[in-house]
Design a binder for this molecule. Structure first.
Ligand SMILES: C[S@@+](CC[C@H](N)C(=O)[O-])C[C@H]1O[C@@H](n2cnc3c(N)ncnc32)[C@H](O)[C@@H]1O
Length: 205
């Protein structure tokens, strides 16, 4: 959302938001870090030594959490359209995940490694036209799913942000066709963003 002086929604989300204050206090780059921590506390996705791919990583809250939890034996590859200030232990690529050349760069960095967790918090700039925005969000989610199908290890997991709306059911169906289990996660820190939810697929079929 654009930051304007008059935006009450922005004020509500950022100034009076306890997660924003806490993120600042604890040194997390985004309030989104709390969403991943809550999901991971429950689902134990970020195991020591794990290889993680973070799609839509900037400003870096999820990457910070990932690098801390996988430890020195793990690896975190992060990608975003926007620049990201370096995080020790995170291998960052700047580029558009929809572009073949960017995907190729990521695949080159990964080499032969299979990934334990692909996580996508990618969200396009909202145009304000609901049908257009939903289509863009779902397209990014589908690309994340394709990447997961190609690079996850058999017991790997894919965590992806989606919005409930058109194409949602079709995407859940595609997730179910790919993974043995598919769960919906709605962490406390995303309560206010009503349409946003996370899908978690585990173990490739
Ligand atoms: C909600 S933010 C991610 C916040 C991040 N998880 C964190 O904890 O700091 C969504 C990100 O998705 C990125 N994004 C959107 N479309 C993208 C694309 N096509 N390729 C790569 N990144 C994209 C945006 O640039 C933005 O930084």
């Amino acid at each position: 959302m654009k930051r304007t002086r008059t935006s009450k929604a922005w004020m509500r989300e950022h100034v009076n938001d306890p997660y924003v204050q806490l993120a600042k206090k604890e040194g997390w780059r985004s309030r989104a870090a709390f969403k991943l921590m809550e999901i991971d506390d429950k689902d134990k996705l970020l195991r020591q030594g794990e290889v993680v791919v973070d799609l839509g990583a900037t400003p870096g809250g999820w990457s910070q959490v990932a690098v801390q939890r996988v430890g020195s034996g793990g690896l975190v590859f992060a990608l975003d359209l926007l620049e990201m200030a370096p995080i020790a232990g995170v291998h960052f690529i700047q580029g558009d995940f929809r572009e073949d050349e960017v995907l190729r760069q990521l695949e080159e960095k990964l080499g032969e490694r299979r990934v334990g967790l692909v996580m996508s918090d990618m969200a396009p700039n909202m145009s304000g036209v609901p049908l257009v925005d939903q289509a863009r969000v779902m397209h990014l989610a589908e690309l994340g799913l394709e990447f997961s199908q190609a690079h996850l290890k058999p017991d790997g997991a894919f965590l992806v942000k989606v919005f409930q709306g058109s194409d949602y059911e079709a995407f859940v169906k595609a997730m179910r066709a790919t993974f043995r289990t598919v769960a919906v996660r709605k962490p406390d820190a995303s309560r206010d963003r009503s349409a946003e939810i996370y899908l978690l697929g585990r173990t490739l079929r």
